[in-house]
Design a protein around this ligand. Structure first.
Ligand SMILES: CC(C)(COP(=O)(O)OP(=O)(O)OC[C@H]1O[C@@H](n2cnc3c(N)ncnc32)[C@H](O)[C@@H]1OP(=O)(O)O)[C@@H](O)C(=O)NCCC(=O)NCCS
Length: 155
């Protein structure tokens, strides 16, 4: 699959929101309860994504037609987050490309480590990319309690 990664723009927020909300409702809902999904959906509206872009470096993966097929970003210097792949493109290497792109970006910024909080379903994916579990604890998304797995990778 021909994929390009580029910096996200405010004008991408509507398409990014749609992709994330579809992923939450149809993919992540296999692993999380309704409260967690609703809280996460509320944090991924077009307006919230535009707001987040002020403090995050956000990237999108686009296909040959310019359609957004994945999103990811980082904040606080080296925390990776916001990784979602479009439902039609799961398992095609888009997630890996986004993570590698951010790792390379951080390396160029002289960061020595990437850190992240993994959802329960994604730990195997991150392990495959060389991430190690640092800690597991309870966390919250809004009022929804969930298990959070902190992972990191030395660059
Ligand atoms: C997790 C996610 C981003 C992975 O993206 P993807 O594009 O489907 O993954 P890729 O195709 O790049 O997979 C890369 C490798 O990881 C493996 N992999 C993918 N998802 C995996 C999983 N959940 N568990 C274990 N391995 C996984 C693939 O088989 C592939 O291995 P290979 O190199 O042997 O072929 C995607 O499943 C997703 O959007 N999930 C829901 C949202 C989410 O959980 N985001 C992470 C929040 S922390």
């Amino acid at each position: 699959m021909k994929i390009k990664i580029r910096k996200a723009k405010d004008s991408d927020a509507s398409e990014m929101s749609k992709l994330r909300i579809e992923n939450l409702r149809q993919e992540l809902s296999k692993y999380y309860d309704e409260l967690y999904i609703n809280e996460s959906v509320a944090r991924n509206t077009e307006e919230k994504i535009i707001e987040k872009m002020k403090s995050w470096s956000m990237f999108v993966a686009v296909d040959g037609h310019g359609k957004i097929v994945g999103t990811a970003g980082f904040y606080d210097k080296n925390f990776l987050g916001g990784l979602y792949v479009g439902l039609d493109c799961l398992g095609l290497g888009v997630g890996r490309k986004l993570v590698l792109h951010i790792e390379n970006f951080l390396k160029k910024n002289s960061e020595e480590k990437v850190r992240l909080y993994s959802t329960v379903n994604a730990c195997g994916f991150y392990k495959k990319l060389g991430y190690k579990i640092v800690n597991k604890r309870k966390g919250f998304v809004g009022v929804a309690e969930c298990m959070v797995t902190e992972m990191d990778k030395k660059l």
